[in-house]
Design a protein around this ligand. Structure first.
Ligand code: SF4
Length: 215
């Protein structure tokens, strides 16, 4: 079925309404009954995780840049492109934190301390939890691989703060997607990019679309 931008925007507005209705207290209760304690193992920041890419929004990138005197491309890079257009430009819809060639985040120190801890993105603040719509009218709590899950007691205050962050993160993700879609022009004419058909990514220009437009 052909991609329809207007329909996608409307669908996201519906998701936004559901996200705004997330009951933070009930979510905090779920987190408390699950239990969690960060073991400071640094595994989530390193290459050992199957997919440890950290998607970042422009606001998050600017916050990290400003506080640490870094440039845009010191902080992030385009995530894998998904589409190719008729003039052979690839299109990506997200930025992700830069990683070393071994896959580890460039901000993790040898002692597992995050260099940008106070400015770290939503994903890092809420890991290993996230809210996701799985063909359900309301978002469900999901958990990524982490040895800290179930291993400690989350006090009421910490669970409440985490639940609030999860809700805010979901709302920000949906808002970002709406803004990206609103700035898009021509997506209906693009093809899905497949390197085995189209060739190596390195030979193409990449356009990244975010809430600010296209760069
Ligand atoms: S920004 Fe910090 S917390 Fe997030 S992946 Fe990198 S080192 Fe880990």
């Amino acid at each position: 079925m052909e991609f329809n931008t207007t329909r996608a925007i409307n669908d996201n507005y519906s998701l936004l309404v559901s996200a705004a209705e997330v009951d933070v207290r009930a979510l905090a209760g779920q987190l408390t009954s699950m239990g969690f304690e960060c073991k400071r193992c640094g595994e989530c920041c390193r290459s050992h995780q199957a997919d440890n890419s950290v998607i970042v929004f422009p606001d998050e990138v600017f916050r990290i840049m400003d506080a640490n005197d870094l440039g845009w491309y010191d902080v992030c890079k385009p995530s894998a492109p998904q589409f190719i257009d008729t003039i052979h430009t690839l299109h990506s819809f997200e930025w992700e934190l830069k990683r070393h060639s071994n896959g580890s985040c460039t901000f993790i120190h040898d002692d597992n301390v995050c260099r940008i801890y106070f400015w770290r993105p939503w994903i890092c603040r809420t890991y290993p939890f996230y809210l996701h719509f799985e063909n359900s009218p309301s978002p469900l709590l999901n958990v990524s691989e982490c040895e800290g899950v179930g291993s400690g007691v989350l006090c009421e205050e910490d669970a409440g703060n985490l639940a609030l962050l999860l809700k805010e993160r979901l709302i920000s993700e949906i808002r970002e997607e709406i803004h990206v879609l609103e700035h898009l022009d021509g997506l209906e004419t693009w093809e899905l990019f497949n390197s085995s058909i189209h060739g190596n990514i390195a030979q193409f220009r990449i356009a990244v679309h975010d809430s600010r437009g296209c760069s």
